[in-house]
Ligand binder design. Sequence first.
Ligand code: FDA
Length: 402
Amino acid sequence: MAKQFDVAVIGAGAAGMMCAAEAGKRGRRVVLIDHGAKLAEKIRISGGGRCNFTNINAGPANFLSENPHFCKSALSRYTPRDFLALVKKHRIAFHEKHRGQLFCDDSAERIIDMLKAECAAGDVNWRMPTRVASVERIDGGFYLATDTGDIEAESVVIATGGLSIPKIGATDFGYRVASQFELRMVEPRPALVPLTFDADSWAPFAPLSGISLEVDVETGALKGRNPDGARFREDLLFTHRGLSGPAILQISSFWRPGAPITIDLLPEMDVAQALIEGKQTVKKQLGNVLAGWLPARLAEGLLQAHGFDGELRLADMQDAALRKLGTAINRWVLTPNGSEGYRKAEVTRGGVDTRELSQQTMMANKVSGLYFIGEAVDVTGWLGGYNFQWAWASGVAAGQAA
Ligand code: FDA
């Protein structure tokens, strides 16, 4: 018997709206369901309110997944240039900020309006706010029990995202549906998130809160133990409880609990060598020399934390001591005790195991008609517009198939 809808998309965020619009424009009868009272809150707050909607250089190497090949098909069929063409079609002004990151000039609302208009072009039906109580398999499709009336559809697309920022509506709905249909999961954990340290070991650095500087940061892999290891050059920000800023958000996605991170606070300089050379020519005090290279408050804090007297003259110091200080600055090794968690994480790493899904269509291999897209899937982008590009690309892939 014909169903009320061809496609029910659950979750009207970035991936869900993109998918619904694409399926609707193919002539599919689509219903888009969300439990939120306000549409697409994550797009609204993204990129500091200006939405870093893609990264023009996005490619599979910018994504983490247990299967790094999975994202290739969708990303190659819907590229950053395709999304940019849509943005231009809707006359949204944008600019490139940093390393290919594209932002709206005006406001993230423009992207939400654009997606709404695309959904309207596909005659998408809205059910919002609507809570889905259950998803059941029935003959020829699915039955959804909701608090605004039951829905029958041939296909169901789960686009309910990850666990980050519960206060704006994140839930584990997608994971529960996956487990109901016996699909494997990759354990979810917070990613793109500030890292924290135990209060005692952080006490000397807590007063440095607010200081920001460009650093190199790395974790894992380089010693071969963690296949996820990585290195980034980005800005670091000291906070009361630990470290944040783009450098730390990037490395947090690769960091494993218990593992150390290594920070080079002066990546363009061999500090030990510069200090030893300085003994010949610089009659200055150690504190003044360091304050010429680093923010003064940071220089002072580091000297205190590592037990150096800033008033000593370089010329009066042993090479061994200067080497020790150089290492403390160029290879500062520290072990976080955790992260700020889903409350502050920009994304969730892990999710529905990609081995369960078709990389062409995002449909579950063993449940015909059930699709998973966006952040609910075990594909996580770096910081910088990559996560939205995955949402758009996976949304289009499912929208073309469902
Ligand atoms: P998304 O979270 O967008 O949407 C999920 C939808 O499902 C929501 O509307 C939610 O209400 C709904 N939902 C959840 N549970 C439900 C249930 N049980 N029933 C019905 N509906 C349900 N990325 C990027 O590329 N550039 C950027 O600038 C930023 N900036 C940024 C800032 C901040 C503060 C955060 C938290 C995140 C970002 N991101 C980002 C990440 C980006 O926002 C994220 O990866 C995408 O929004 C994921 O898109 P999805 O559609 O998969 O989920």
